[in-house]
Design a binder for this molecule. Structure first.
Ligand code: NAD
Length: 295
């Protein structure tokens, strides 16, 4: 079994760490929040008093942080992991961040002679707890091969999407589809209500016709048809509207930088911006149906 360093013990990081412990690995953790470190040590991890403390004897270091600036802060600079590193663990960043920042940090790792991959995840807190995340990886073949055994206890599928930053690129594309389709499905259900259609009937049709998609079949935004969807729990997240807005912004940032034309992605970002600005950032992103309905 291996020694793993783990930084970022939030909603996703803590359950991911638990699955690494369950797989028999020794894990040393760091988080800026002391109570998060305490929760991890109660589960059997050891804890460091600064980020570089997790490097000692580490075969792999996993980071699960909020955004690009946190990842740059942890890896780069004179106190960053890359300059404090005396051995050669594989670095795995599972945070969802912009493609540019992911490539910048990976380049710095490569310049220091270190292997690094970007490995953002899909599947939410439930998938993190169950060890059933889908993980999309960007990085060199050799780095991917080193990282894969550490990703397996966390996931049901690991896809090597290409070179550095391509994991983040795949995540941005996937979540842009998710944001757009959620709004489209919500609009259809609101239209159906106005036309006198029962939710169950519209679900039965669309889940079995050409409108079928994940947001209908697995995450239906009205109460009833899919018992596990947040619509049945007053739109308690789940995946928050704030997170969706963050991911749509990352997709638009990538579209701007690459010259891709993504008008529906831009519109989805605007709609989720309004929803967030109206005070619904903590609500599940499917709650946007209430906003579109006007209640
Ligand atoms: P979170 O805010 O719950 O956790 C982030 C953790 O990082 C916190 O414990 C925070 O204290 C810690 N942290 C922040 N700055 C730090 C620093 N400088 N050093 C050490 N620790 C630091 O976020 P989360 O929901 O766990 O999400 C983490 C990442 O996963 C994000 O990039 C998010 O976009 C992505 N993601 C989240 C979900 C989800 O459903 N929550 C799903 C897929 C991907």
């Amino acid at each position: 079994m291996a020694n793993i360093g783990f930084i970022g013990l939030g909603n996703m990081g803590l359950p991911m760490l638990r699955n690494l412990l369950k797989a028999g690995h020794k894990v040393c953790v760091y988080d800026i929040v002391a109570s998060a470190r305490d929760a991890a040590t109660q589960d059997g991890a050891s804890s460091a008093s600064e980020p570089a403390g997790v490097l000692e004897d580490a075969d792999a270091v996993i980071t699960m942080l909020p955004a690009g600036e946190h990842v740059q802060g942890i890896y780069l600079g004179k106190d960053g992991l890359l300059s404090r590193c005396k051995t050669k663990p594989i670095f795995i960043d599972c945070s969802t961040i912009d493609v540019g920042a992911a490539r910048e940090v990976a380049r710095a790792a490569s310049d220091a002679g270190l292997d690094m991959i970007d490995a953002p995840v899909s599947g939410g807190v439930g998938g993190a707890a169950a060890g059933t995340l889908t993980i999309m990886v960007g990085g060199a073949d050799a780095a991917f091969a080193r990282a894969k055994p550490f990703l397996e206890p966390l996931s049901r599928l690991v896809v090597h999407a290409g070179g550095s930053g391509n994991g983040q690129a795949a995540k941005a594309c996937n979540n842009m589809i998710l944001g757009i389709t959620m709004i489209g499905v919500c609009e259809a259900f609101v239209l159906g209500e106005k036309l006198g259609l029962d939710h169950d009937k519209l679900f039965e049709v669309t889940a079995n016709a050409t409108g079928q998609c994940w947001t209908i079949s697995s995450y239906c935004p009205v109460p009833g048809p899919v018992p596990t969807s947040p619509a049945n729990n007053d739109y308690k997240a789940g995946f928050t509207a704030a997170m969706m807005l963050k991911d749509l912004k990352l997709a638009q940032q990538a579209a701007l930088a690459s010259g891709a034309s993504t008008p529906l992605g831009a519109e989805a970002q605007s709609i989720y911006s309004l929803f967030n600005a109206a005070g619904y950032g903590d609500m599940d992103f499917s709650g946007i149906i209430r906003f579109l309905r006007g209640n």
